[in-house]
Design a protein around this ligand. Structure first.
Ligand SMILES: Nc1nc2c(ncn2[C@@H]2O[C@H](COP(=O)(O)OP(=O)(O)OP(=O)(O)O)[C@@H](O)[C@H]2O)c(=O)[nH]1
Ligand SMILES: [Mg+2]
Length: 436
């Protein structure tokens, strides 16, 4: 589906409560954890792009550039998912202390994904920190049950795929549909925080019962207890009676209690602070892996066809050489057919340009034939040389493919597993292993 079909609104937001906390958090660090210099991941992306420069489509080039930019700029994307009217937009409004999006009691207030992008203003950082940029993107989505049709599902899928962290908002005990949605989101191996919103609607005892139910054994396969946070993003207005000291009649008014999203804010910040860098790296690697798998698949299909053609042409050439009556003709057949094949392969697989020297072997083989050093010997040598050079070239192409596959030298899977293996056991990333 073309990217143009994605309907998203993008807003750049200024300072907010969350942003301010982050500035303090990140500028206090002597070694900002999310700052990724020339990391292993970055090198892997650059090396992969260099090797497959010519073979990648424009779209793939753009995707790789985006991944590299995401790493360089430390862009962390947090997506908010949940059923309609559970308070997704209210959670964002409360987190940022601003009215970012419209909220309402009817289902489906948010009609399209909205990206709230907050760029750390460079003026807010000391000179030494200026290079250490951080970008946070929060994506508000339509309710999962509201997403109708192919385009809607595709958008949600795309948002889930590219996000680094998912906030799944519920407003009470979980329904089967919500459990299924979480299980689906886990396909993308993204850390998920379960946000139990609207807790003001429950008396303390009910709230506790629901919280316990969310931690039962079945649920723990989906979400661990540390990943559940209880909040109230927009508590129901309450009636308060105002008593006047000057003797006026008392009056009842509606008062809007303050939201309480501090547990969520703290959980996000501590997560980003301790695991932001690895979350970002693993996510970038996962996207790269997906791209690599598509490129490799295409490459393998192309190679399979080319190998069969190559074998047929080579057999034809060998028969031609054996049957040819003149040494001159041998040289011409050998020189022209082999040069054509080598050039064709290098033309189709530009990463093999470094093997252009094979043309020299082909030329020598042809020259030997033309000079007629020994008609029988040169004939067999010509066949042998062309066979060897062509099989060498095709084995180098296969080698490149193996390098670019998941566990190859340039494969994203190996590095991703190494990173996940290196994080502490308490890390949210460790949960991915359960689902792999
Ligand atoms: N009591 C209570 N109501 C809340 C809370 N948070 C949100 N609401 C109300 O829930 C309703 C839906 O809130 P939204 O933020 O629009 O929910 P949403 O999930 O974004 O809804 P859609 O965009 O329609 O999917 C609104 O009437 C809010 O006032 C809360 O903590 N407590
Ligand atoms: Mg909404």
């Amino acid at each position: 589906m073309p990217v143009a079909h994605l309907k998203e609104k993008r807003y750049i937001i200024g300072c907010s409560d969350l942003a301010l906390t982050l500035i303090v958090l990140f500028s206090n660090k002597s070694e900002a954890p999310m700052l990724i210099q020339r990391s292993l991941v970055h090198n892997l992306i650059v090396n992969y792009r260099d090797l497959f420069k010519k073979e990648l489509t424009d779209r793939e080039h753009a995707q790789i550039s985006l991944l590299s930019e995401k790493l360089d700029k430390c862009v962390i994307e947090v997506a908010v998912f949940g059923m309609v009217s559970k308070g997704k937009t209210s959670v964002l409004n409360a987190l940022f202390g601003q009215n970012l999006g419209e909220t309402g009691a009817i289902n489906g207030v948010t009609k399209e994904s909205c990206i709230y992008e907050w760029k750390m203003p460079s003026s807010s950082l000391a000179n030494t920190q200026k290079s250490k940029k951080l970008q946070l993107r929060f994506v508000d989505t339509q309710g999962i049950d509201e997403v109708g049709g192919e385009v809607g599902s595709y958008i949600s899928l795309e948002v889930a795929k590219r996000s680094d962290l998912i906030l799944f908002v519920i407003a009470g005990d979980m329904t089967r549909l919500e459990q299924e949605a979480i299980a689906q989101l886990q396909i993308f191996y993204k850390p998920i925080l379960l946000v139990f919103n609207k807790t003001d609607l429950y008396p303390e005892s009910d709230r506790h019962t629901i919280f316990e139910a969310l931690q039962n054994v079945d649920m723990q396969r989906l979400i661990s207890p540390q990943e559940i946070v209880l909040i109230m993003a927009k508590p129901k207005p309450t009636k308060v009676r105002i008593q006047y000291s000057d003797g006026r009649e008392s009056q009842e008014v509606w008062e809007q209690p303050k939201p309480d999203v501090q547990p969520l804010r703290e959980r996000i910040l501590s997560l980003l602070n301790t695991e932001g860098k690895v979350l970002l790296e693993v996510n970038v690697l996962r996207s790269l892996l997906e791209l690599q798998e598509a490129v490799t698949q295409r490459y393998l299909q192309k190679l399979q066809v080319d190998r069969s053609i190559l074998a047929l042409v080579f057999i034809g050439e060998a028969i031609g050489l054996l049957l040819s009556p003149s040494l001159w003709l041998d040289g011409v057949i050998n020189g022209s057919v082999n040069s054509l094949l080598v050039l064709l392969l290098i033309g189709k697989y530009p990463s093999q340009k470094k093997y252009l020297w094979l043309m020299l072997i082909v030329a020598i083989a042809a020259l030997c034939g033309i000079l007629g050093i020994d008609s029988e010997l040169t004939r067999y040598l010509q066949i042998l040389w062309s066979g060897l050079s062509l099989s060498f070239l095709s084995s180098r192409i296969t080698h490149d493919i193996q390098n670019s596959q998941g566990y190859g030298r340039l494969g994203a899977r190996k590095l991703m597993e190494e990173i996940i293996e290196s994080v502490p056991h308490s890390s949210i990333l460790r949960r991915f292993k359960t689902f792999s």
